[in-house]
Design a protein around this ligand. Structure first.
Ligand SMILES: [Zn+2]
Length: 336
């Protein structure tokens, strides 16, 4: 995903946070000052290998579209769980049956890798790992019912998290950190289907399930960071509306860190419209302040890349520099 909520903004605000508009001005952080030479030099970047993240993305994409109900989906879930285990995490899998937009039942798997499961406070990093079953934004209507490769939309976030797991293992961190890979984020009602409602709850099925029933009873995290579509060459990450509304201080911390590390062309001081993504449900159901680092560009027709939800969401769009910027910023932020 995510889905641009320009058109459903009013409906969703009424449904979940009717005070959002009224509080908008108060909750928005002040624009960050431009990075200075002294602030840039005062921060030590965490180790993060973009090459390694790239391999993790390629390996997911090579399995084929990760659509719930398919063999590739099962294979990829096993792969992700095994990788987290290899990197020293305590791995739990949450299996459930979810209901798709059309009522069809689908088996889903959320995969959780925990470091120091009893340590407090906890920080949660998450991404979705499934890929969209329909290329419903493809310019050729004949492709609309074909699943997308999902290199950026899905595999990039999971790939960055696997590399973060590898680094956390190498440094033997004492911190309490949970990496959560959500399933079935991208099964929202396809554009071509006019016979079913285009409701935001048809998206993010895995995170909705987890938010109602987290992997540990009474699970709390100080804050959470969602990564979605974090690998494209032309990536830019404005401050997404719900992120600022629910977790302004975390937005401030991450964007400032990115800018101090010299990644200001990605972590831009601009606000973007509200997006339906996993963080929305983590905020509103689980009550954990969660931000979304998500590629969004209001100057494009969809707000996302031209390859978004098309058969062109492939490895050609994935860029080492973007992965480096995102991985280094997130890891440096949570370790400081
Ligand atoms: Zn998507």
């Amino acid at each position: 995903m995510p889905m641009n909520r320009f058109c459903i903004f009013l409906v969703s605000i009424a449904a979940c946070a009717c005070q959002a508009c009224g509080h908008k001005a108060e909750t928005r952080p002040q624009a960050s000052p431009a990075p200075t030479a002294s602030s840039t030099s005062s921060i030590t970047p965490a180790e993060f290998s973009a090459d390694s993240a790239m391999v993790f993305i390629q390996e997911q994409v090579d399995m084929g579209p990760r659509v719930p109900g398919t063999a590739a989906h099962q294979r990829c879930a096993d792969y992700l769980a095994l990788q987290l285990q290899r990197f020293g995490a305590d791995v739990m899998q949450q299996e459930a049956v979810a209901r798709r937009y059309d009522g069809q039942q689908v088996g889903i798997r959320n995969i959780i890798g925990s470091y120091n499961p009893d340590a407090k406070p906890r920080i949660m990093l998450c991404a979705h790992w499934d890929s969209r079953p329909w290329a419903d934004q493809d310019e050729d209507p004949r492709n609309h019912r074909t699943p997308i490769p999902g290199a950026n939309d899905g595999a990039s976030g999971a790939g960055v998290l696997l590399e973060i797991a590898r680094q956390l293992h190498a440094m033997q961190t004492p911190r309490g950190i949970d990496l959560i890979l959500f399933d079935a984020e991208d099964m929202g009602t396809p554009q071509f289907d006019d016979s079913h409602p285009h409701d935001e709850t048809t998206w993010c099925l895995g995170s909705q399930h987890w938010s109602h029933a987290p992997h540990r009873f009474n699970y709390r995290a100080q804050y959470a960071i969602l990564l979605d579509m974090v690998g494209a060459k032309d990536a830019r990450f404005p401050r997404e509306y719900f992120s600022t509304y629910f977790a302004a201080s975390t937005v401030e911390k991450i964007w400032k860190t990115g800018q101090r590390l010299g990644y200001d062309r990605y972590f831009i001081d601009q606000e973007s419209s509200p997006l339906t993504d996993d963080h929305y449900f983590i905020n509103t159901i689980a009550n954990i302040p969660c931000i979304d680092i998500v590629h969004y560009n209001p100057d494009t027709p969809t707000g996302f890349g031209s390859y978004w939800h098309t058969l062109n969401d492939n490895m050609d769009n994935i860029d080492l520099q973007t992965l480096q910027a995102v991985g280094t910023t997130v890891l440096t932020s949570i370790l400081n």
